[in-house]
Ligand binder design. Structure first.
Ligand SMILES: [Zn+2]
Length: 150
């Protein structure tokens, strides 16, 4: 059993038990994402196997996908994603690639401000842009490198 205590600004919000380590990490990750407006967030995970681990930053949590399947399959996302593609005329907003020019182009809809740090903007059309897979990957890699400066 994995027990997690969730804190916001040093106030204990709740404690919960999880059957799996992954479930506990996911809950801690969500805690950081859901409360990203708070100035100090932490969580303490205790289990017989691990002892006690204190997490004070989202990047320490060994869980890095904010439930990608449920988000990418959500009706809201599918709808706003289609709106972004239509607004951008299905062209990459960095290099201009589109399927009418090259049928091998893969278009993706990017979150300008990343979902992990700005979950409240995840479904905002103004925070979305159409990118080809090449530009999208370049942007994501750049973001990871610069995350601390934002
Ligand atoms: Zn591109």
């Amino acid at each position: 059993m994995f027990n997690v205590s969730f804190f916001i600004n040093n106030q204990r919000l709740k404690s919960k038990s999880y059957k799996t380590q992954k479930g506990a990490y996911k809950a801690i990750y969500r805690h950081f994402v859901d409360n990203s407006a708070a100035s100090f967030i932490h969580a303490i995970l205790t289990s017989p196997e691990l002892g006690s681990e204190n997490y004070t930053h989202i990047e320490q949590v060994p869980f890095d996908e904010p439930s990608p399947i449920s988000f990418s399959l959500s009706k809201e996302w599918i709808k706003v994603r289609a709106q972004a593609l239509a607004r951008d005329k299905s062209c990459c907003q960095i290099c201009g690639a589109s399927k009418t020019v090259d049928n091998n182009v893969v278009l993706e809809v990017d979150h300008i401000k990343e979902r992990a740090t700005h979950p409240e903007l995840a479904l905002q059309l103004s925070n979305l842009q159409t990118l080809c897979s090449v530009c999208h990957r370049a942007k994501t890699n750049n973001f990871i490198g610069k995350k601390d400066n934002q």
